[in-house]
Design a protein around this ligand. Structure first.
Ligand code: 13P
Ligand code: SF4
Length: 326
């Protein structure tokens, strides 16, 4: 049965698929949220495109009955935690995250026990189980504001991204204990390739996501979340940028700045390693199927939802107070 549907769908053009999705999203009162790393056709289809913080804010406030999350698993899970009464669908249940996977809950629990007296700040790229062990969540948009919300002498654990944690340590003068995790997409971008691109394009500015390794961040003219990188290209006067993050962000950059040039940092010349394989698992076909069948659905037990809500809501409150979200 599923094979028949898939065979029929593979014969449809994008325009035909979009028509079908558009009928279903209205019929079912569904909202489609997409991260900046999605392929262009999904970004164009979505009701809202944004970074992790903006997407969680949208998920918390939506009036829709169904949320289709075109992103990765931890993002859809966060949407379910914030809107437990909504049906949250993810087009492909295998769309995970190497950074979230780098922090297994059992090992993290032991790590916390080894650091008594520490408060726990977890980057949103982690599982719901890790969120339940955290005092507060942050994203790359608000990490500094979240860390600054603790007294300077409060011992802190930062997990799971050691690159973002080290960057925030350098910005705040803290010495947070870092969990040894990273994103395989950002972590493999090399300084050699970045320097090569800077030499070839001396007129370009290098802008980087803080999940990149320290040596790349040290070379960057600007460091920020996906939305901050996009805003930088809109407000800055340069005509050329070298981009150290996942390639999906280029779509909105080109749309906003049609006359500017964007060059993505590769890890080497032989692969598309700056494409996040998890983000790119989502397709128009899978979005259509998830709306039609209302599967795969994110399901979480009540205890996890209630406990994980606390640190995420704290993050949203601080972000509101700091003017980072409305
Ligand atoms: P942003 O919150 O900056 O969108 O980052 C999400 C992410 O997964 C980066 O790899
Ligand atoms: Fe996770 Fe990295 Fe993909 Fe972002 S780019 S979703 S951190 S694997």
């Amino acid at each position: 049965m599923e094979t028949t549907i898939n065979n029929t769908l593979s014969k449809l053009s994008n325009a035909e698929l979009l028509d079908k999705i558009n009928i279903l999203r209205v019929q079912k009162n569904a909202v489609i949220l997409a991260h900046f790393y999605q392929v262009p056709e999904i970004q164009e289809l979505a009701d809202f495109v944004g970074d992790s913080l903006q997407l969680s804010q949208q998920a918390a406030n939506t009036k829709a009955e169904i949320i289709v999350f075109a992103g990765v698993h931890f993002m859809a899970e966060t949407a379910k935690i914030l809107s437990p009464d909504k049906k949250v669908l993810i087009p492909d249940m295998n769309a995970g995250c190497s950074l979230a996977d780098s922090c297994p809950p059992d090992a993290f629990k032991r790590f916390i026990d080894e650091h008594p007296g520490h408060k726990v700040i977890s980057y949103i790229n982690c599982s719901a189980a890790v969120k339940t062990m955290s005092d507060i969540i942050c994203t790359s948009s608000n990490a500094k504001a979240i860390v600054d919300s603790f007294p300077q002498d409060q011992p802190l654990i930062f997990a799971p991204d050691k690159n973002l944690g080290a960057y925030i340590n350098s910005q705040t003068g803290r010495n947070m204990v870092l969990w040894d995790g990273s994103c395989h997409v950002h972590n493999q971008l090399t300084d050699e390739k970045t320097i090569e691109l800077k030499i070839t394009h001396p007129d370009a500015k290098l802008i980087a996501h803080p999940e990149c390794r320290g040596p790349i961040l040290a070379l960057a003219d600007f460091i920020g979340s996906t939305s901050a990188l996009l805003d930088f290209t809109k407000n800055d006067s340069s005509m050329k940028y070298i981009i150290a993050t996942e390639s999906g962000i280029i779509h909105q950059m080109k749309k906003a700045n049609p006359d500017k040039t964007f060059i993505v940092v590769p890890s080497d010349d032989t692969c598309n390693c700056n494409d996040c394989p998890y983000m790119k698992m989502n397709t128009l076909e899978k979005i259509y199927l998830s709306l039609k069948t209302e599967k795969p659905e994110i399901l979480l037990d009540q205890h996890t939802i209630k406990r994980a809500q606390i640190p995420i809501r704290k993050m949203l409150d601080i972000s509101k107070k700091s003017g980072l979200v409305k």
